[in-house]
Design a protein around this ligand. Structure first.
Ligand SMILES: [Zn+2]
Length: 275
């Protein structure tokens, strides 16, 4: 069973039918995990377990980040019992850029616990292709951070979507919907023609059609267009949603092999719990 399935099974066992019922602290207590809030040095959350009880200490932050940290530690407790953890979960992109399987699994567990597919999916379907306006609404409803919500929406597997974060002009992390062909590996440096580039320089948020070659180095990209949504993140970052609106992009085969993704170390493997 994948971490996401484990989390959603728990939601189903509790008989939860609306986002307001997603009381992550109550889930934790039920599993024998006590939650404390305290300042922590160099990390956002810790887990200390002994026999059937454990204490998770969460660094105070905003509600979305605190909830994700609790879900993450509950994931460790459910899946990696017997071990202690010091985690940096304040920003899920941090884990996305790391190589630790345990951390990725705990993040996947948290994402599914806080945004279970049966509750999120109908909302995504009702808006078609969510932009940041919708992402912000989902964040509000599920009490999750914008970053965690973007990543979860990409992984819900019905959208032709790549989510990325650039710091300055450099790619920091990205996450793709499972069906997006690997040949579409987004550029590591922001293209000056992208809206994201302008958002970093001047604006808060922009969206519009773009030639796909602005986002992809692939030789075939010049035949297509994509839909780009870009919004300023924190600390000099820009969050980008790229929709492969051209159906052919989702089926086009690569005409040359691409090894870049594997060597980059964090492509496509974020949430393996696809259903
Ligand atoms: Zn962790």
């Amino acid at each position: 069973m994948s971490p996401g399935e484990r989390a959603e099974n728990l939601i189903s066992d509790f008989g939860i039918t609306s986002p307001e019922e997603l009381d992550v602290v109550a889930f934790a207590y039920d599993a024998g995990l006590e939650i404390e809030f305290d300042e922590l040095d160099g990390c956002d959350a810790t887990l200390l377990g002994f026999e059937n009880r454990a204490i998770a200490t969460i660094r105070p932050s905003n509600v979305g980040r605190e909830r994700f940290s609790i879900g993450h530690e509950l994931g460790h407790w459910e899946m990696h019992r017997g071990r202690s953890f010091r985690c940096r979960v304040d920003d899920p992109g941090e884990t996305l850029a790391s190589n630790s399987e345990h951390e990725k699994h705990a993040d996947e567990y948290a994402a599914h616990l806080l945004m279970p597919r049966p509750l999120l999916m109908p909302m995504v379907k009702s808006v078609g292709r969510p932009g940041f306006k919708h992402i912000n609404e989902f964040s509000e409803i599920f009490q999750t951070s914008r970053t965690a919500t973007c990543i979860r929406v990409a992984q819900i597997d019905t959208l032709p979507l790549i989510v990325a974060c650039y710091r300055g002009n450099d790619l920091r992390w990205h996450s793709r919907a499972p069906d997006v062909p690997k040949r579409w590996f987004i550029k590591r440096r922001l293209d000056e023609d992208s809206l994201a580039y302008d958002v970093l320089q001047y604006g808060k948020e922009m969206q519009g059609k773009q030639p796909a070659e602005v986002w992809f180095d692939d030789d075939g990209a010049d035949a297509y267009e994509v839909m780009e949504h870009s919004a300023r993140g924190r600390d000099g970052e820009v969050l980008v949603l790229i929709y492969l609106t051209d159906v052919e992009m989702m089926t086009a085969q690569s005409n040359r092999s691409r090894g870049a993704e594997d060597s980059f170390g964090f492509g496509g493997g974020y949430l393996k719990g696809r259903r």
